[in-house]
Design a protein around this ligand. Sequence first.
Ligand code: BJ8
Length: 425
Amino acid sequence: MSDEYRQMWRDLGLNLEAHDVLLSVLGQGYKDVFLSQENRPQGMEYFNFVVSQVHGLRIKELLDAQAEGRKVIGSFCVFVPEEIVLAVDGVLVGLCSGADFAVEEVEKYLPRNTCALIKSALGFKLGQVCPYLESADLIVGENTCDGKKKAYETMGGLVPKVYVMDLPQMKTDQGRALLKSEYQRFVTKMEALSGRKITPASLRKGIQTVNAKRRALARLNALRAHNPAPISGLDALLIHQVSFYDNPIRFTDAVNRICDELEQRVAQNQGVFPQATKRVLLSGCPMAVPNWKVPWILETSGAVIVGEESCVGERGLRNAVDDSADSVEGLLDAIVDRYFAIDCAVFTPNPDRPRHVREMAAAYHAQGVIHYSLQFCQPYQMEAIPMERGLKADGIPTLRLETDYGAEDVGQLKTRIEAFLEMLG
Ligand code: BJ8
């Protein structure tokens, strides 16, 4: 891939040497973590291919779309509605934030005690290794946690195309009104950027495309309730991660195809791990590519992950948008209703999240919950404490982990995870 796309990366202004290092580390990590798994569904071949082309063919597709006059929008949060981007024939992509890069440079701009996800987002810019960020026509930041809020100010000084969306902090009528006005402002922005007017038909089509994608992912997740689980948690996480990069229609087809295969596995009682494997639910901060550390430790220590309560997982995909209204205003209201239900830890209070974790633990027959927070992520670290208490009261053992993107704590995490799994009995 490298030679074929070298000129494209050069034209985007990437630092080719640093980018080569990133690709080789990514490629090796992928081999070690994913390709070494046994008994993977055949349908994973499609996702292997997408990952192998994530900085190649997919970027070329984005540039081709731009050449046709379409706009590419980058985002860091599931509050940015893909439906609105699709309604102007744009492309929404998730931006890289799952690995440490240019850390020394980043710490000249951000305090050391900033979460790894935020540092990573800036590191990919400062290190000039993210072709998504460089090719995007607009980068949408959002006022969620304090770290992100302030980091977008810094990023805005480095990248002129940053647009910040304000978001509510409380689930009140005023909070909903703020979200609606911000989505209206986003509609105006997207119309101005693309030169296209959003119509009821274009918005409905965008809604239907994203609903189909979410339905396919929900179908995949429902299949994981079976024991033995027909797909590993690592592969399921990878599919969710790919959902942020791939063409949504092609992606939905690939997910439905793998679901057909998994249904056959379920019918034949065939799983990736033996039936007695400990079943755990993962809950907490989103895991962006290539953040695979904790799932990899879990699934090489005798557990299978049966669900992710995360924005790269069920928190980010549940609930469809009602597409029955016949005006842009009505459809936008339906979009607001769907997104306002996202139970991100930046909301206060946030009772839906512990409720959802309990529901997921029951639905996927999890024997325990792993609560995963990034270091210095106050919203998720703070919610982890009452969450653990509540789950314990319900008889669901919980292990709270705090980590970053480094490999230094792998041994320590493994020891704690093994002890937890042992205790699940
Ligand atoms: S909707 S979870 S994608 S904000 S890990 S940067 S919270 S300090 S990522 Fe998120 Fe949207 Fe919420 Fe989802 Fe801050 Fe925590 Fe870092 Fe985080």
